[in-house]
Write a protein of this length. Structure first.
Length: 85
């Protein structure tokens, strides 16, 4: 399973949706994921990939990690995974 597929599966689980309902252009808001769901998604992604996401849940605009849509989240995670390798 690719990074993209794993991330989509985690986000879909948090949104209580099927992975096929999550598109790269989807925003977390589109998917009905609130701030608590976002934090839970971040924790699940960190655990899945054994990475640490530089994300400030209290002030997402102050983070270097782009959560504007699913595609940007995937890109950021792919970058963190490759830096770790």
């Amino acid at each position: 399973m690719s990074v993209k597929d794993k991330v989509i599966a985690i986000i879909a689980e948090q949104a209580v949706l099927e992975p096929s309902d999550v598109t790269p252009d989807s925003t977390l808001e589109d998917l009905g994921i609130d701030s608590l769901g976002l934090v839970e998604s971040i924790f699940a992604i960190e655990e899945e990939f054994d990475i640490s996401i530089p994300f400030n849940a209290n002030d997402p605009t102050e983070s270097d990690f782009d959560i504007s849509n699913v595609s940007s989240i995937i890109t950021g995670i792919e970058r963190l995974v490759s830096e770790q390798a």
